[in-house]
Design a protein around this ligand. Sequence first.
Ligand SMILES: [Zn+2]
Length: 315
Amino acid sequence: MRVQGPDRFALARRDFLICSAVLGAVVAWPLRSATAADFHRFTHGAFDITVLSDGYLTLPAEILLPDAMPPEQEQILRRLRGDRTGAPVAANIPLIRHGSDLILIDNGAGINFQASAGRLAANLRTLGISPEAITKVVFTHLHPDHSGATTTPEGKALYPNAEYFVGDREFTFWTDKDYEAHMPPALHDFARGAQRDLASVGTRLTIVKPGDEIVPGMHVVSTPGHTPGHISIELAGDGNLLVTGDACTSDVIFFEHPAWHFGFDTDQDLALRNRQALLDRAATERFKMLGYHWAYPGIGYAERKGTSYRFVKGS
Ligand SMILES: [Zn+2]
């Protein structure tokens, strides 16, 4: 079902799907969003981490598991609490306290994606944390479900005292002035949104490269494919913790079927190779991961199971 061909974006088939998936969820699954009692908190090395929910997104079957055949496709979607048309996925955002820093890895959708997302600000309020208290926001990538909350309706940065971090290749990709000529139409709204958000951040933006250290023990790791400059964030501790963003978008589908593609990956084959490498390395080194769209709180390990993997919940 996936479009094959030389177009590295492989998006022709997805223009319609992205419109229907992004501009409004067709079905609202009755998922409970996080309440104060749900906040998952743990420590990792020098980091005190609370996983907040930005709500959830609904993704169509053709995006979530385009390589699955119909009977298995529906079985998996139902395990994910969806139906044969699609399924909900979580949106997990770690709030990380380190010394005097209060750091968000991604900041959620705001009002710029599906209405079932954009809950981060309310969840921060529930914890008694004001927007002014956030000192750093690190973007894994600039898709609207991860960075869409950056700009207020007044055009200002939502977290007025924060320093913002974005990968160098991600910055270059989305700030292309000729994006309408260089990107397929399905990405034009994403590019406009990314440029709006980077403009609202202004001079408080720091462009990082793989290997850079954001605070002591927090490093940038290159995991491109989902977007050209997608990064993950590694936190040193007792064994590393890797915040994987969208390098692996499902703790069920891609652990159990690591040869399957994901419809929203910009460079499908590069994303696939890097996802396989990530899972292989995670299983071998047994480091902990935190996945943005994995079932809340999205923390766990990859355990080998034949030629695939099993997601093992961690804490
Ligand atoms: Zn995402």
